[in-house]
Write a protein that binds this ligand. Structure first.
Ligand code: ADP
Ligand code: MG
Length: 794
């Protein structure tokens, strides 16, 4: 049993503006426990509800300042928890903080760069790597992904449902057994044999989460998400199974109701969410106070699900995410206060071992049989029934193979049944007597043969040598035939892979099954390849499902989508990722080629070594000497070359594997971005359609037609623009460094405008500051919109 308090860490999100940086400081040296000091600016201190203190200090296990990257967070926070999960203990990591402070970024990761991947993908990668290294144990991994919104649980991984809103997902409910263990009814568990399969599940869950979210229910900030990795392990032959669970929890935003200040449905949501976090707080308070008999776990779904993680059988870690800007100071202080309470809670983690009943039955049955046999021998109690014909035949077969076995150590094992033992003695006696009578002469001649081994005569020697030569020839012919067959198979494989556009096909297995000895010991990719194809199919079908509506689009709508896509802030990320992907593809392709070359080299070297060996043997035979001396320098050189090539092969193979994971991840990011884009387009489109129905298209179109990029940065840019300019009609136009070509808008016909749209660089429409040009731009936009509208309503 391991007793441990919940570990608390703080992570400060990078701030955009410099002047915000004076409001906190980190003291790393304070007797090894670092502390975070939040300094309240004077103007805020006056109005601050609780008191007028000007600074607050909070201790944390470790504090990660703005510069900390995802790798550091994983190494310091998640890796130790993953290690204890691999050792058989339960683990939980949860992120707590206000909306926008970086909980999702920390737990799942950013949606743009591979290096931004968060704790979940990194932990999966680490766990699968470790499991692969440990071949002495049999492991199984399952994944579940639960979202709790408004006190209802939803299964994010249900394959049967196509979610367009949360309510479409299967509802998960809590069941409690007589031992007060919690069971989640309807939460599906999915086996993941590889990192890739687990990543696909994460992607599926995240996509469902995103799709189910509507602007009215910003579920991502108001719901809790629990991604769970379930690990079971067993030593071969042992009946003991170890189970461990790792919960990775992205909690809802911790902001208070009072500040939310919204009405109607949003208020209900805010109340709920805060209720749920409020219950979490109550549980934490109850746990941190000594001698509290009742802990109110049952008050909310989330505390019920995380019951073991809080004050139970689990190693738990909390990450307090902080966005330390002036306007967030009170929320940051309340996040830190919550963390300090959490740090008082003690958990007791135990190894979760249980006996597999099926294996136990088999083991006990065997033991009973052995004991019965032993008892029969000890008590001398004979079985009365005679042996059947089949049993007798079986025994005789055993005796024959025992007698024929040349191994002096071989045993005649018939168990402890005395009837069988007696029968064996009888049978052996019979055999011996038969031999004495009939085979006297033969036995003596055999002995004579063995005793006097004369040197071989010249002709016999010649005969043997001829036979050897014949056999060698036969072997060579067979080897050649085999090589030809292999080459044919490889060529076919190569051809089919060349024809496919997917890299995963073209990389092809560098190790055809049944390859020669040295290569066979390297990790085989044949199975992963099959896997790849299936997961790709799975992912693309998912994407197809999620974006399926596009196929039914009218031409105009498609065009609008193209423009929306081009102008969307995410398009740069998608483009960047595409470029990186391209690079990785070509890197992987080059690597695949080098691997193939090295493999052929290995093959050639092996062949040379075999030939050399055969030559040496033949030489030895022809000179009638013993085996050639061991130190054949040429052969040794060849062998060391072979080892070197094998090493190179292994290194390249590992690199290719890593590349594959990266490519897979990038593809998932891109798929996710595409789904997001499509969803935003649909929302924009619906809004546009409604607006156009309400207002006359000619007068009102300008305010709605420009698709809006959704990033905070662009929003900021936009508000700055609004502040700078009084012209209301320019609100939705982004500044850009590119000047606009004069031809745009000047006396242009619709047709030439249309072509200029398609020729225009993929950036936003710029403002020049010159009022004449600006009004040209506006004219251009109007024209562009009427083209779009025409197409939309065709
Ligand atoms: P939350 O889940 O707490 O509401 P998010 O994780 O969605 O917050 O973060 C809000 C935004 O800030 C996202 O755009 C995210 O990419 C960005 N962000 C958060 N933390 C970091 C960080 N440490 N480094 C860079 N960007 C971050
Ligand atoms: Mg979030």
């Amino acid at each position: 049993m391991v007793k441990q308090t919940i570990q608390i860490f703080a992570r400060v999100k990078p701030t955009v503006r410099k002047q915000q940086q004076g409001i906190y400081s980190i003291d790393e040296d304070e007797k090894l426990t670092p502390s975070l000091e939040i300094i309240l600016p004077r103007d805020l201190a006056d109005g601050f509800v609780n008191n007028k203190r000007e600074s607050y200090k909070f201790k944390f296990q470790k504090i990660f300042d703005q510069g900390a990257n995802q790798e550091t967070i994983f190494e310091s926070i998640a890796k130790p928890v993953a290690e204890s999960v691999l050792a058989g203990y339960n683990g939980t990591i949860f992120a707590y903080g206000q909306t926008g402070s970086g909980k999702t970024f920390t737990i799942t990761g950013g949606a743009e760069r591979y290096s931004d991947r968060g704790i979940i993908p990194r932990t999966l990668s680490y766990i699968f790597e470790q499991l692969q290294k440990d071949s002495s144990t049999i492991h199984t991994t399952h994944i579940s992904y639960l979202e709790i919104y408004n006190e209802c649980g939803y299964d994010l991984l249900d394959p049967r449902h196509e979610a367009s809103s949360l309510e479409d997902l299967p509802k998960v409910t809590i069941l409690e057994d007589p031992d007060q263990n919690i069971h989640l009814k309807n939460l599906s568990l999915h086996q993941a044999a590889t990192e890739e399969e687990a990543l696909n599940l994460l992607f599926l869950g995240d996509t469902n989460r995103m799709i189910a979210e509507t602007p009215m229910n910003q579920a991502s900030t108001r719901s809790h998400c629990i991604f769970t990795i379930h690990l079971s392990s067993k030593e071969p032959g042992s009946a003991t199974v170890r189970h461990a669970k790792l919960h990775l929890v992205d909690l809802a935003g911790s902001e208070r109701v009072a500040k939310t200040g919204v009405g109607g449905q949003l208020l209900t949501e805010a109340k709920y969410i805060n209720l749920s976090l409020h219950y979490l707080e109550q549980v934490i308070i109850a746990l941190s106070e000594k001698h509290r008999a009742h802990i109110p776990y049952r008050n909310s779904m989330m505390t019920s699900v995380l019951r073991d993680s809080l004050g139970g059988n689990c190693m738990t870690t909390m990450i307090a995410t902080l966005s330390l800007e002036k306007r967030n100071i009170d929320e940051s202080i309340s996040t830190c206060r919550f963390a300090q309470r959490v740090a008082l809670i003690k958990n007791e983690a135990v190894l979760n071992e249980e006996i597999d009943p099926r294996l136990m039955i088999i083991r006990l049955q065997k033991e009973i049989q052995e004991l019965k046999d032993e008892l029969a021998v000890v008590t001398g109690e004979q079985r009365t029934e005679v042996l059947t014909d089949a049993e007798l035949l079986q025994l005789e077969k055993l005796i024959t193979s025992f007698l024929e076995d040349q191994d002096p150590e071989s045993r005649l094992d018939v168990g402890t049944d005395m009837r069988k033992i007696h029968h064996c003695f009888h049978h052996l006696k019979k055999l011996l007597n038969d031999k004495k009578i009939h085979g006297k002469s033969t036995v003596s001649s055999e002995i004579k043969d063995q005793d006097c081994q004369e040197p071989l005569k010249e002709e016999e020697y010649q005969k043997l040598r001829d036979i050897l030569q014949q056999r060698d020839n036969e072997i060579n012919i067979l080897v050649n035939m085999l090589k030809k067959e292999k080459k044919k198979a490889q060529d076919a494989l190569h051809l089919s892979s060349m024809g496919s556009s997917e890299w995963r096909h073209s990389q092809s297995s560098p190790l055809p099954p049944g390859n020669s000895e040295g290569v066979r010991t390297l990790p085989s990719s044949a199975t992963t390849q099959v896997q790849d194809v299936s997961t790709v199919g799975h992912r693309s079908s998912l994407l197809h499902r999620k974006t399926g509506m596009r196929e039914e689009m009218s031409l105009g709508r498609q065009e609008a989508f193209e423009i929306f896509k081009r102008d969307h802030a995410d398009s740069i990320t998608i483009e960047d990722n595409k470029q990186i992907l391209k690079q990785r593809f070509s890197e992987a392709k080059a690597l695949g080629e080098s691997i193939n070359e090295t493999r052929s080299k290995i093959g050639r070297l092996k062949e040379e070594i075999t030939q050399r060996h055969m030559q040496q043997v033949a030489l030895g035979l022809s000179e009638n000497t013993a085996l050639p001396s061991m130190s054949d320098s040429l052969e040794e050189k060849l062998r060391s070359q072979l080892e070197e090539e094998k090493r190179r092969y292994k290194i390249m193979f590992m690199r290719l594997k890593a590349l594959k994971v990266e490519i897979e991840h990038l593809q998932l990011l891109m798929d996710k971005a595409k789904v997001k884009l499509q969803k935003e387009f649909e929302a924009w489109w619906t809004e546009e359609a409604t607006n156009l129905q309400v207002n006359s298209p000619a007068t009102n179109s300008l305010n709605h037609m420009r698709p809006f990029p959704q990033t905070p940065e662009s929003q900021q840019e936009r508000s700055q623009l609004v502040a700078n300019r009084s012209d209301v009609n320019t609100r939705k136009i982004l500044p850009s460094p590119h000047p606009i070509p004069q031809s745009w808008g000047h006396n242009s016909t619709s047709a030439s405008l249309e072509s200029s749209i398609s020729e225009r660089p993929a950036s936003s429409i710029p403002l020049t500051g010159d009022s004449q040009t600006d009004s040209d731009i506006l004219a251009f936009i109007k024209a562009r919109q009427s083209i779009l509208q025409k197409k939309c309503f065709q």
